[in-house]
Design a protein around this ligand. Sequence first.
Ligand code: SAM
Ligand code: SF4
Length: 456
Amino acid sequence: MSDTTETPQAATRTATPVMISRKPGAPSATAPSGSEGTRTACIRTFGCQMNVHDSDRMRRMILDAGYAEVQSYEEADLVILNTCYVRENAVDRVRGHLGELNRLRRLGRVKKVALTGCIGASDESTTLQRQYGIDLVLGTHNTYELAEFVGLPTMRETYTPDLPGTEGEHSAFVTIMTGCNYQCSYCIVPSVRGRMVCRPLESVVAEIEGLVESGTGYVTLLGQTVDAWRHDGKRFCDLLARVADVAPRVWFTTSHPSNMEDRTLRLIGEKDTIVKRLHLPVQSGSDRMLKVMHRGYKAERYRRKIEVFREAVPDGTLSTDIIVGHPGETEEDHEQTLKLVEDCAFDSAYIFKFSPRKGTEAAELGGAVPPGVVQRRFLEVLRAVEQNAYARNQRKVGSLEDVYIRHGSTEDGKAIGETWSGHAVHVRTECEPGKYVRARIDSAGPHVLYAGEPVA
Ligand code: SAM
Ligand code: SF4
């Protein structure tokens, strides 16, 4: 799942969340009551799309409770930090924000602080709550408890995906499964998100029909291992086919190579409404490291999947996640990763330096890779990905593309959009998010395509 706060290749995404929360017996608090006019709330989201989606749900609750949403801490009575726990630097960032919030509290600005998401689900939240005097701590399985905190009637939902997100937006995330049944050596997700729970197909389709009816034109199906979804004898490919018939534009993330079926890859090429972009994290090109990581596949199997994808979706884009410097990674392992990067010709990649997470197997392993070596390997992988991506993007120059506008134009008059093959495009238009423009690609860098004015 990709980090919404950073771009590919930037190497610091965050993933997801869940469970626990207000610790049993912990004091409950209520949000400020707003004696001086409208109450205000600010939500800060860290990490991946699942967290963005959880924030959407919380946004609905605070708006329903009569809060006005504000963008800065200074203006907020209530601040919600919806957090990620996947790498240590994610926790460091949240600490920085908590420190700043305490400073504002002392100045009488911010009145209450809530910590939600993955850190909320971790043991570390107890220490943070004590250190920073946080008023409410929630994990992601009980996000609904925020309702009571902001003064809404208590909600009974225990399974957050059945609590729909914000409707009527031009694009929406739809969680189809939570948790993860894998045990990758380095990953904290299974301990904070729990085991996989899949939503029934009809519930997913009903939510999407509602969204489309209220104006949503782009649906992204979410899950830690979205392609592992199964329910009542149906598998992910069946669900995707149904959704592609209902939604005008569909994408999904994140997939696991062991679950990715060839028929799903072919479906991407067959259905016009599916964005032709596959995010398939590989983590390493070395079979030895894949085994240490407990990924459950070999590099050759991954390559074969990519061959099927490239054949079924010739104009598609491919992205991945790679970890450099996992304990025990040798120079030879690293060379194999570079070889795989070359063979697969990724269009983009999230490259992460290994970050030890307490409670994971890898945090206890010997064979730490020295930081200088990790940095060099990181740059080598980055360079290899960027070279491929640049060369592939050059092929798009001169082509005419239908571009879905994701973010409206900024001061320089350029909006950010996405082609059907999943390329990010800067295009000169005043067109609103959610609309399509047709534009010719004038030039391309390793990360983005550039188009001029839209044609008719
Ligand atoms: N479920 C997805 C999968 O298995 O591919 C990915 C979800 S994970 C939360 C997002 C990415 O963060 C992973 O693909 C991995 O590359 C990276 N990641 C997770 N734990 C990490 C760690 N301890 N250090 C560095 N990167 C990590
Ligand atoms: Fe983490 Fe592995 Fe599960 Fe992905 S598949 S969430 S990396 S344990």
